[in-house]
Ligand binder design. Sequence first.
Ligand SMILES: Cc1cc2nc3c(=O)[nH]c(=O)nc-3n(C[C@H](O)[C@H](O)[C@H](O)COP(=O)(O)OP(=O)(O)OC[C@H]3O[C@@H](n4cnc5c(N)ncnc54)[C@H](O)[C@@H]3O)c2cc1C
Length: 373
Amino acid sequence: MKSAVVVGAGIWGASLALRLAETGWRVTLVEQYQPGHLRQASAGETRLLRCAHGTDEWYAQLAWRARGLWRALGERAGEELYGESGAVWFARRPDGWERQSAQVLKNLDIPHDIWEPERAGRLFPDFRGDDLAFALWEPRAGVLRARRAVQVTAGLAVDAGVRLVFGRAVPYGGAVKVGGELLGADRVVWACGAWLPRLFPECTGVTVTRQDTLHFAVPGEWSTPPLPAWVDYDGSAYGHGDLGGAGMKVTSDEEGPPYDPEEGERRVAPRSEDAARAYLRRRFPVLADARVLLAQVCQYALTPDAEWIIAEERENVWVLGGDSGHGFKHAPALAEYVADLLDGAAEPDRRFALGPREPSRGLRTSGDTDLPG
Ligand SMILES: Cc1cc2nc3c(=O)[nH]c(=O)nc-3n(C[C@H](O)[C@H](O)[C@H](O)COP(=O)(O)OP(=O)(O)OC[C@H]3O[C@@H](n4cnc5c(N)ncnc54)[C@H](O)[C@@H]3O)c2cc1C
């Protein structure tokens, strides 16, 4: 029987552990806290699932595959982990990122539509779209209950035979040291999110930034059915309607200051609330003074080009990270991809290799943000 040690029970590590266990591997999953603990990036209340990725086909396809896997996982768990509310992209330019995305979605046969801004406006009880050229509608996109999904995934992994070990792991040659225990296996995978750069300081080139998220109270009639997810790529803002009572999420994809995921303060900065309210005032004016229901601080683990790191750092030791703020949705499909690499059934794409990268934002949910507001 092949064996693996996976370090990190965020959604990437937990999904990989589950996939490996279900395909015949003996798996140990190491986590320093509880799966779904509030310091991990995966423990946000919600995460968007969208297939639009600009000109990129690989991530679009991966997201589409993941959508099916999330739905199946929810059915298996007997709870809704993925709310398929649809997502609308507010395109400020006629020929920008959203137009490129639409072309790729068309090539891949992923459901989408191009709408006049007025039609997008009808999705929301209160909406200002006078700055928009068009809207890109993804009816099969939606919102994942992220923290819950990590807990469910890790639980299913344990049910599938994964041994969950609590403790802070350190690399020990090709093995993993946790307290006094040395864990060896045919493959070791470090899926440590924002902790990866401190474990492998020389190889990852990952920057960790602080990201603030707010959820605002909405009137009752905005909640059933929940309003869709929405993204303003050139405005660097995104969010979604009230899902399960969590309120309207409004956040920005702009990088916050450098951040320590372990010691960093987890109180949202007043300027983040100001920025969210300014966006609400512009796009959904009636919510500009809505009450804050939930405020969360999280962190991005950014590579310069937003491509992930999936690489063999030394023989049989893999690093999996640099999610760059867009990794949650893909997790179950990414786990399939990585499991094939560990099995030797496939080679990793060069785009995920360690080493220098050219800066690019094309895979993120915001562009250069040189347009007003
Ligand atoms: C504000 C915000 C919004 C986002 N929005 C979206 C979105 O809409 N859609 C989307 O797809 N993605 C989104 N993301 C990105 C998504 O959350 C991440 O891509 C994903 O959660 C990364 O998961 P991970 O498992 O790699 O990392 P994490 O969830 O951070 O997990 C890493 C785990 O490793 C553990 N660990 C680290 N070091 C050790 C060690 N030495 N020993 C033991 N355990 C260790 C940590 O405790 C942690 O539990 C967003 C991120 C943020 C911050």
